[in-house]
Design a protein around this ligand. Structure first.
Ligand code: PGA
Length: 252
């Protein structure tokens, strides 16, 4: 039985005081939830303070990105060890905004995934097709390539979480239908089965991301291969984020 995860990606929102307030409110709101895993990914500048707020709670801290080198002359970058130092458990890797605006390639994703695992961070590896790719009918070849190249050389994936985030659904309000999402999640699990064997693949959490709200998550989470959500916009308000968590937790 896979334990659900709801991860909030705060992107480039919230200063330190706002991040602390949101983290506190989430922590307080979660006291009634007894199952599953909740992850929050504030900006780098708020990681340490938010880490202090959620210490001892069921919330795990995540970073939104990292560099794959340990240290060195990489102005503006943050190393995996620095993330561990401030209490990160997870790190989002290969988000479509990183791929689109910062030209991250599958190879960068792969280097980051390998380094995260090596140092003991759990990567949330994002894959997903653009609108144009879906219309062209190449969703599976794009997602398959991102997954295989992103995981190339990764021998053990127990600590990896996959997030399927169709790019056309991110921040657009245009959520994938449960059937559309399930089709790709099933495809992803099939690739994981080929690469790692059935029982390992059956234990890997595959999250859906893209315009998730408390109103649409119920039908998505009812799908067999959807194990939770990576949430952007709706993770910035305590009520909408907790609303999503409550729907998922009540269905498990
Ligand atoms: P969204 O973002 O929920 O605002 O669509 C999802 C994401 O980018 O992870």
């Amino acid at each position: 039985m896979r334990e659900w995860i709801v991860a909030g990606n705060w992107k480039m929102h919230n200063n330190v005081a706002e991040s602390i307030a949101l983290a506190k409110a989430i922590r307080e709101g979660l006291t009634a939830i007894k199952n599953g895993e909740v992850v929050i990914a504030p900006t780098f500048t708020a990681l340490f303070s938010v880490g202090e707020i959620i210490k001892g709670s069921r919330i795990s801290l995540a970073a939104q990105d990292m560099h794959y080198e340990d240290k060195g002359a990489f102005t503006g970058e943050i190393s995996p060890a620095m993330l561990k130092d401030v209490g990160c458990i997870y790190v989002i890797i290969g988000h479509s905004e990183r791929r689109k605006y910062f030209h991250e390639q599958d190879n960068d994703v792969n280097l980051k995934v390998k380094k995260a695992l090596m140092i003991g961070l759990k990567p949330i590896v994002c894959v997903g097709e653009t609108d144009e790719e879906r219309v062209k009918g190449v969703t599976q070849s794009v997602v398959g390539r991102q997954l295989k190249e992103g995981l190339s050389g990764v021998e053990k994936i127990d600590n990896v979480v996959i997030a399927y985030e169709p790019v056309w659904a991110i921040g657009t309000g245009k959520v994938a239908t449960p059937e559309q999402a399930q089709e790709v999640h099933f495809f992803i699990r099939g690739i994981l089965k080929n690469l790692y064997g059935g029982s390992t693949a059956d234990d890997i959490r595959v999250l859906y991301g893209g315009s998730v709200t408390k109103d649409n998550i119920g039908d998505l989470i009812a799908m067999k291969d959807i194990d939770g959500a990576l949430v952007g916009g709706a993770s910035l308000k305590v009520d909408s984020f907790l609303g999503i968590i409550k729907v998922i937790s009540s269905k498990q």
